[in-house]
Write a protein that binds this ligand. Structure first.
Ligand code: PHE
Length: 342
């Protein structure tokens, strides 16, 4: 056997050198197995003890134990140091700030059409109008007959209708609330009736089968076209907060006489023509007129004594003009990227 004392101090030095380089807990463990393990280098030396004198055995045994204890302590210290570094790194990357306020409920908001509707309701309430509601599933009587549109009248074809099996229908406009309002309130009255209406027609950028209107009616003594124009002007300047170019032309609706179409210059294209205005530069926004005597009679009101005006504002179309939305189908798309903009 070579000088055991020298072998031990060499093994000691080389183990310390390896330990110096070990930068993970696994590497420290490998140094331990290599030096101190059951088949480790220092244990190999004990196997040679038989060849030594009792005096040497005692001396070398003591040295071996000292070296083993020293290595054991240094391995432990190195391991502890590496564990601290690993823990610090984890704490730095995984910390939780318990004082950060919770994100809370993300607030939503009203649909753009509802926003416009609420705004107009407020305006009309301030002008003394009542806000009425009517059924979306309506009778043929209120949707057509009581509005002076008998069964064989071609005007029925103007509004393609969703019929129910029981003979009722999805209202094609908010005008049925005119007669319901006359019956309920009696004259004099000022009312609006915003709501959802349905038409069985092809869907395209400017037509939906489901959309919103806002009906308005005023019945009093001596109501004339002058009153109608005053309220329409008030309405438009409140809606757009700016000058809009309008035109009034005769319009035919069986429930008004005279009847008008109030068009506004298309605010999407500025009047040069686009899909929303069907390339005409104008958008029909406000059909209106003086309430037809027959409609007053259907509502139980004497047309000799009372007269009135009525209008049917396209709420959905108004929202399109207000926000420059060029495709009506976006409103009911449920697309949050669209809705979040309003
Ligand atoms: N109800 C009609 C439509 O939907 C609009 C209208 C309302 C016209 C009131 C005149 C008066 O087309």
């Amino acid at each position: 056997m070579a000088d055991p004392e020298q072998t031990i101090s060499q093994l000691h030095a080389s183990a310390l050198g390896q330990l110096e380089l070990a930068d993970t807990i696994e590497a420290v463990e490998a140094v331990r197995v290599d030096a101190l393990g059951r088949k480790g280098k220092l244990n190999e030396i004990s196997k040679e003890f038989g060849k030594l004198t009792p005096g040497e055995r005692k001396h070398i045994g003591k040295l071996l134990n000292t070296v083993k204890q020293d290595l054991e302590a240094r391995l432990e210290a190195r391991k502890a140091a590496l564990e601290t570094v690993a823990l610090d790194a984890r704490l730095a990357s995984e910390w939780i700030d318990l004082t950060t306020p919770a994100p809370g409920v993300r607030p939503g908001h009203l649909h753009p059409v509802t926003q416009v509707q609420r705004e107009l309701e407020e305006l009309f309430v301030s002008l003394g109008f009542a806000v009425l509601d009517g059924p979306e599933v309506e009778s043929e009587y209120y949707n057509f007959d009581a509005l002076n549109i008998p069964a064989d009248h071609p005007a029925r074809d103007m509004q393609d209708t969703f019929w129910l099996k029981d003979g009722r229908l999805l209202r094609t406009h908010t005008s049925p609330v005119q007669v319901r309002g006359l019956e309920m309130l009696g004259p004099p009255l000022k009312m609006i009736a915003p709501g959802r209406v349905f038409r069985n027609e092809e869907v395209d950028p400017s037509h939906e089968h489901t959309f919103y209107q806002l009906e308005g009616m005023m019945v009093d003594r001596d109501v004339s076209v002058a009153h109608l124009i005053y309220f329409m002007k008030t309405l438009l300047s409140a809606i757009f907060h700016r000058e809009v170019t309008v035109r009034l032309r005769p319009g035919f609706f069986p429930f008004v006489e005279p009847g008008f179409e109030l068009d506004i210059q298309c605010l999407i294209c500025g009047g040069t023509g686009c899909p929303v205005c069907k390339q005409s530069g104008w958008v029909e926004l406000l059909p209106c007129g003086l309430v037809h005597p027959s409609v007053l009679r259907y509502g139980g009101v004497d047309p000799e004594e009372w007269s009135g005006f009525a209008f049917g504002l396209g709420l959905t179309r108004l929202a399109m003009m207000r926000y420059a939305i060029d495709d009506i189908r976006l409103f009911a798309s449920g697309d949050l990227r669209f809705l979040k903009q309003f």
